[in-house]
Design a protein around this ligand. Structure first.
Ligand SMILES: Nc1ncnc2c1ncn2[C@@H]1O[C@H](COP(=O)(O)OP(=O)(O)O)[C@@H](O)[C@H]1O
Ligand SMILES: [Mg+2]
Length: 280
């Protein structure tokens, strides 16, 4: 029997964990809570790793996205070939009135805290309902990311899910997030390569029988000329969802309209027809 480095008990003296840190939540995740294999080589899986909160990328209505560094301390020897540090995006669905990841002790306790909060939320009734909902959204997004990643659609690699938090590949340079499509400066014919990639994303979803469901220039990131699609919890089954076809058409129109406003005219009906051709 062989053991992966996930299960090696750290032998170094207990490092000081700051208010903005926690032990890596990787070792506590179950196989189904981890992203598809093979895992990318940048992924840090060592049990000695520490997660450090580096800041907020974006706050939203249902979820907030944070920047997280997962790193193995310098004094820990690593298995050959395993990664020492990686920057991740942590998307946290809101489960209650406020998100409390920042509140020191609860943050550090990780999983156990979540269970305690679940217990209290359950006692309160209504907020437990919200917690469950947040967990379902997180699962839906994690599964959608995994599914699309495996099909080769350019999404951030989904690292793991823990309750209402998804950790995924951070798209950007170092600690700077990649701009959204809405923020790129190109216009006119210069948009052609970006349009081609966005079309391929639409078609990639369609080949799997899905529409993104909320596709817009805010859910497309552009990193070094490469388009990555994000924000997929509401992935729509085009066939079984009564609104599936309409939502697919809306995705196509949102995208085509944005390109047209930037001086790159494309017929939304044609993209839509191509997508439908892939679904049916
Ligand atoms: N994996 C990621 N890498 C870099 N930035 C990201 C990542 N995921 C999300 N973001 C940033 O956070 C913002 C919000 O994320 P998103 O998943 O779209 O959530 P929301 O539901 O709030 O729209 C995005 O527009 C993007 O700027
Ligand atoms: Mg979004």
């Amino acid at each position: 029997m062989t053991f992966s480095d996930d299960f090696v008990v750290p032998t170094f003296s207990v490092a000081e964990i700051g208010d903005d840190q926690r032990w890596s939540t990787w070792p506590a995740t179950q196989p189904l809570e981890r992203g598809p294999q093979p895992r990318p080589d940048w992924l840090v899986t060592g049990a000695a790793a520490i997660d450090t909160e580096l800041g907020i990328v974006k706050t939203g209505k249902e979820a907030d996205v944070f920047l997280l560094e997962r790193a193995v301390p310098d004094d820990v020897t690593l298995a050959d070939g395993s990664s020492r540090t990686s920057v991740l995006a942590a998307k946290r669905y809101r489960s209650a009135e406020n998100s409390d990841f920042h509140r020191g002790a609860q943050y550090r306790e990780g999983r156990r805290t979540r269970n305690t909060r679940d217990g209290r939320a359950m006692a309160r009734g209504s907020s437990h309902g919200r917690a469950v909902q947040a967990g379902l959204w997180a699962w839906a997004e994690f599964e959608a990311l995994s599914r699309m990643f495996e099909r080769g659609v350019p999404v951030p690699y989904p690292v793991q899910i823990s309750g209402t938090e998804i950790l995924m590949e951070f798209i950007g340079d170092g600690r700077t997030a990649a701009p959204r499509l809405a923020q790129v400066k190109e216009d006119g014919a210069a948009l052609w390569p970006l349009f081609e990639q966005v079309s391929e994303i639409l078609l990639g979803f369609a080949r799997a029988g899905f529409a993104h469901g909320d596709l817009s220039p805010y859910n497309l990131l552009v990193h070094d000329g490469r388009v990555v699609v994000i924000d997929v919890p509401q992935l729509v089954d085009v066939v079984s969802n009564p609104n599936g076809v309409a939502l697919l058409e809306r995705d196509c129109r949102n995208v085509a309209d944005w390109f047209a406003r930037r001086g790159f005219e494309r017929d939304p009906e044609q993209i839509f027809a191509e997508c439908l051709g892939e679904v049916f």
